[in-house]
Write a protein of this length. Structure first.
Ligand code: HPA
Length: 250
């Protein structure tokens, strides 16, 4: 049995899920962004951390990724879905659509990105495939069950909290990125170091800089896609949990 957990980012409030309990959790790396929340999905209690805090006050570069992943590990989580919002880069990836990335490129800097060092020694995590193919396939299958198409592609992880310049997005596109967000790293590698299967469910909420029609404000785009998009994310998570429960894999 490998327990499923969630780290939910900017969509948490829009996701509107019931929290049955909150466990304050201490880690050797300091406090996680939120207590470990028991969120109720399809009648099951799933451990979940609010990546930016329950009040959404922690910026992407200030998130204590190590404490978040460690706290969920302590709560038994061995399969982890990160829910993220992203800007869309590929011309055929429109805001409002969902994606399960296959690869990532890390442009972040200065974030604590390993559990190694000190007594644990240096860790050289194998990371050629940064996401769990099995868990990603389960997310895509959940979309298939619901008739919701899932894009695949490459997630470029930027430092934030500011959005990118047009030239930066041009560079990300040349590098092969089809979407851009700020939080899949170091979450993905920290999960890998602990042997947790990790995949991302991303909601496109805006055209990345210089993409899409001119003159549309990013914040207006996010406003118009977040709420409705998160209702689809919630349905996918419900299906994922039901499927896992039917295989006794929760
Ligand atoms: N860039 C980076 N991160 C994001 C974006 C973006 O355009 N939209 C949502 N998260």
């Amino acid at each position: 049995m490998s327990k499923l957990g969630l780290i939910v980012g900017s969509g948490l409030i829009a996701l509107d899920i019931d929290v049955a309990a909150r466990a304050q959790t201490h880690t050797p790396y300091g406090p996680p962004s939120s207590p470990v929340l028991s969120v109720v999905i399809a009648g099951h209690r799933i451990p979940c951390i609010a990546r930016h805090g329950e009040a959404h006050a922690i910026a992407p570069h200030e998130v204590n990724y190590r404490a978040n992943v460690w706290a969920l590990y302590q709560h038994g989580v061995r399969r982890l879905v990160g829910v993220n919002v992203v800007g869309t880069i590929a011309a055929d990836f429109r805001p409002g659509e969902l994606a399960v990335p296959e690869q990532l490129i890390d442009y972040t800097w200065g974030r604590e990105s390993t559990f190694g060092g000190g007594e644990r020694g240096v860790l050289h995590a194998e990371f050629a495939e940064p996401f769990s193919a099995e868990l990603a396939a389960e997310l895509v299958a959940a979309g298939g069950t619901l008739g919701i198409a899932m894009r695949r592609g490459v997630y470029g992880v930027t430092q934030g909290p500011r959005l990118e310049t047009v030239a930066e997005i041009d560079r990300l596109e040349r590098d092969g990125c089809t979407m851009v967000g700020m939080t899949a790293m170091p979450e993905a590698v920290l999960a890998r170091e602990l042997g947790i299967d990790y995949a991302v469910l991303a909601l496109g909420v805006n055209h990345a800089a210089g993409r899409g029609p001119r003159g549309e404000s990013v914040h207006a785009q996010i406003e118009s896609h977040l709420k409705e998009g998160m209702t689809r994310v919630a349905r996918i998570l419900e299906t994922l949990v039901q499927d896992a429960a039917s295989r006794a894999a929760l």
